[in-house]
Design a protein around this ligand. Sequence first.
Ligand SMILES: O=C(O)CCC(=O)C(=O)O
Length: 269
Amino acid sequence: MTNPLVTAKHIADFQRDGAVLIRGALSGWVDQMVAGIERNLASPGPYASENGVAEGRFFDDYCNWQRVPEFEDIIRNSPAAEIAARLMQSRSAQIFHDHVLVKSSGTPTPTPWHQDGPYYFVEGEQTVSMWMPVDPVTDASLRMIAGSHRWNKPVRPVSWADNSDFYDSAQDWIEVPDPDADPDGFTVLEWPMQPGDMVLFDYRTVHGARGNPGGGQRRALSLRWLGDDVRYVERPGRTSPPFPGHNMVAGQRLREDWFPVIWKDENAD
Ligand SMILES: O=C(O)CCC(=O)C(=O)O
């Protein structure tokens, strides 16, 4: 049985491009998302950041789902985990973390082009980030470079606050691309979206977003999922998120008491 929300075309597009849009996938859960984001904004966690914006506000925060009941409900009880597993073609979906990203109206600051993977202590072929705006978005939607999940080296990770190198040690990175300066060199995928829609992308897919110059705030919840083949890897410094005291070693699956498996294919042998 497949989940009717995830079609063979979604899977093929995701494999080819590293990103796909599924319309209306969580349309019954928008009020929960809004309530969770507002609770998170009113009570930021230890990792909340304002990202050095000169005008307006670009707030982000992560790893709050265990203390934000609306997020826990979405993670455990909505179709999100099954959608993630089906799209990754994985027999299970394990939650990595939640992430809230809010740009107030009049925030010109773009989200820098980046891959999530190099900031994380995980690697694998079966990963997916699920980006879900709770406000209608056009220009301030997520933008993804098609096919970048297959690039042969990772893109240099930088600090969002000041663009400095995220890790101290040298590594053979691809420099952060600028698709707007070279429109013939890259295919950028971006879609106008309504609350309930989701964009799903591989942790290796390069993505970013424009600022939000006007017309209301742009609030988004993102859920990060891990599939069967994902393992813990060492990075040359503190990762983002850091998960201090995790005690995992290279090659392990992530510990399930911190990163529970939310959905499993009961028909898989
Ligand atoms: O919402 C944004 O501006 C960026 C989102 C993002 O980078 C992510 O979800 O990984």
